[in-house]
Write a protein that binds this ligand. Sequence first.
Ligand SMILES: Nc1ncnc2c1ncn2[C@@H]1O[C@H](COP(=O)(O)OP(=O)(O)OP(=O)(O)O)[C@@H](O)[C@H]1O
Length: 274
Amino acid sequence: MAEAAATAPALLLEGVTCTFPSPDGRGRTYTAVQGASFTVADGEFVSIVGPTGSGKSTLLNVAAGLLAPSEGRALAFGEPIGGINRHAGYMFQADALMPWKSALENVAAGLEFRGVPRREAEERARPWLARVGLERFGDRYPHQLSGGMRKRVALAQTLIVDPRIVLMDEPFSALDIQTRQMMENELLDLWSADRKSVVFITHDLEEAIAMSDRVLVLSAGPGARLIGEYRIALERPRDVAEIRMTPHFLDLHKEIWGLLREEVLKGYAQTRLR
Ligand SMILES: Nc1ncnc2c1ncn2[C@@H]1O[C@H](COP(=O)(O)OP(=O)(O)OP(=O)(O)O)[C@@H](O)[C@H]1O
């Protein structure tokens, strides 16, 4: 069993289908994702792109253990994910910071949730604030921080508990483009130091290519399927702004966008129909 866990991928989703009751309450159902199978290796950075409403967050929720698939199975390091995935840390698009806690207390909260006493948690939070460039801002409250700074606090809060898998749902989409690229580079720096497995959800194909080892493409729903998988063999370390100018990047973008474009149009039409 220990041997199996050592060689097992960080994540394995096999034939995952997620069906929800339709919001109209007439007993009908809506299948968001159909038969999705993929793995994420230990230390691999994988992005999932797809049109709006295709089921990207749904797949992430399955990986987090927040949602049990209607069909199929989900495993983390070879073990079925039953309940919350204890190997995973989660970072959402919306700010999950507590407004009544300072930056330092918010980072420490990641540990306190796991039972670490407050003083010890705050001691361990200090070097993490420094790692995300906020050592002088520990006593500021979220409303006194910029959007980028709040993202840094959230990143430190997620990483301080040392999860083996990091699940990120459009974490930087609310930021302006310059701050966003800075955060993307910072995330890549932190990731190369610790090499966790990352599942990164985005609707921005450029961001997905710039960050990832692999990009998975989800079709438009209902019944969205994984329709493409691309290995991104761009050199590392990467600067996300510079890598976008390289011919290899542009070729990859053209190839993946060729597949994604039609799905985005279908997805857009779906949101108008539902
Ligand atoms: N709990 C739920 N109950 C009913 N329908 C749901 C539920 N969760 C998701 N859905 C539906 O499943 C589909 C996929 O949703 P999901 O949020 O996973 O898509 P997404 O690709 O992350 O979208 P976006 O890019 O807009 O964030 C949507 O049509 C959504 O309305």
